[in-house]
Design a protein around this ligand. Structure first.
Ligand SMILES: [Zn+2]
Ligand SMILES: [Zn+2]
Length: 381
């Protein structure tokens, strides 16, 4: 089937960023709006969303830490079923396919894409920054016909989305949607940070700062890579309990220094993964790597936060500080790999799943995430 007409959809739309007080359940920054969705153009897909995860990067758009053009239909970690193709001769996808959506489309043509670094695609990053699709423009419109921006090419807290085919990765039709969605951001970023950016080898020691969806995924990736020991640091006891269950030593920030001294004979770990998105935590993570160690950061601090480390230490201590966007992942390569690891029982991503909710709960879910009460809350539109 090729889509020819507009679809009327429901989507969670953010009109303004950064000025709504907590609790969000009362200030309601996200409105469930009826929007029109243009038919997909050639090279695009109409997706019926059936599960979308709430990620800290969504919260960062709501609270203004990650400024984006407004109004925007948010949500970027999702799975769904292909409902229509933009062109009948579009190969590679068919109506009825299950896809996982990746939050950075790669153009395939720029120097970074041609260098095998699709996660650094300049064309995709520019489109995401402007809140439009890769081919340009918005397919989402409000009741007055005004453009509503796309969030990272996905806009997943919605009944349907039109995405560029380069945002979609085909996966097994029978994957449970609430599991499949997790592979689009949390797993792609966290496991990728360990397996791609840090290239952790069996027997290397790893510290993970922060046990949200990305941090817990990093822990799972470290375990699947054969890392040992693994230390997880998070202020919330219930998240530490999951980490301990998965074979890590888990402590609160107040006990981190003692645990690091006790566990790592060289004064720090081979690899430290920072997932909190605070410059002060990245400074601690940097210190927690041994001489010659690697520090991978995937958190997104507010742009106003500088990083305070002694410049000389990079050379004198031979440390490598790695910024990892999307876990240095190639979604079409890595999402199937991680799903295969999950199927083999080596990457139990279901441990990320806190709860499943209707779209109408979205504002109170923001509160639960901001309070640290949830890892991954899944919305089923
Ligand atoms: Zn995310
Ligand atoms: Zn590119």
């Amino acid at each position: 089937m090729v889509a020819g007409q507009m679809t009327t959809i429901t989507a969670a739309v953010l009109a303004r960023s950064g000025d709504q007080p907590r609790p969000y359940a009362e200030s309601r920054p996200l409105t469930l709006a009826t929007l029109t969705l243009d038919p997909p153009r050639p090279g695009e897909l109409l997706i019926r969303i059936d599960a979308a995860g709430l990620c800290h990067s969504d919260l960062s758009v709501v609270n203004g830490d990650r400024p984006r053009p407004m109004p925007m239909a948010i949500g970027h970690e999702a799975t769904g079923i292909v409902a229509a193709l933009g062109s009948a001769d579009d190969t590679g996808f068919a109506v009825g396919d299950r896809v996982v959506l990746a939050f950075l489309p790669s153009c395939g043509e720029c120097v970074r894409c041609r260098s095998g670094e699709a996660y650094m695609c300049a064309v995709g990053a520019a489109a995401n920054g402007e809140g439009r699709l890769l081919q340009g423009g918005c397919r989402l419109h409000d009741a007055d016909g005004g453009d509503v921006r796309h969030h990272l090419g996905v806009s997943a807290f919605a009944t349907h989305a039109v995405v560029d085919r380069r945002s979609a990765v085909k996966v097994d039709r029978d994957l449970p949607p609430e599991i499949a969605a997790l592979f689009g951001c949390a797993v792609l970023t966290g496991v990728g940070a360990v397996m791609n950016s840090a290239a952790v080898r069996p027997g290397e020691s790893v510290i993970v700062y922060g046990l949200g969806g990305v941090g817990l995924s990093a822990l799972l990736g470290a375990r699947a890579s054969g890392a040992a020991p693994i230390l997880a640091i998070d202020p919330f006891a219930d998240k530490r309990a999951i980490a301990q269950d998965l074979g890590a030593v888990a402590v609160g920030p107040e006990d981190a220094a003692e645990a690091i001294a006790r566990l790592f004979s060289e004064g720090g770990a081979d690899v430290v993964v920072e997932t909190v998105g605070k410059a002060a935590v990245l400074r601690d993570a940097y210190r927690a790597a041994r001489r010659g160690g690697r520090i991978v950061t995937v958190g997104l601090p507010n742009p106003a936060e500088p990083l305070d480390i002694p410049a000389v230490s990079l050379v004198a201590e031979g440390k490598t500080l790695i910024g990892s966007y999307m876990g240095s992942s190639i979604p079409a390569r890595d999402i199937p790999r991680y799903i295969a690891l999950w199927k083999a029982g080596r990457l139990p991503v279901e441990r990320l799943l806190s709860s499943v909710h209707p779209l109408a709960d979205i504002n109170s879910l923001l509160d639960a995430l901001a309070d640290g009460r949830a890892i991954r809350q899944i919305v089923t539109p």
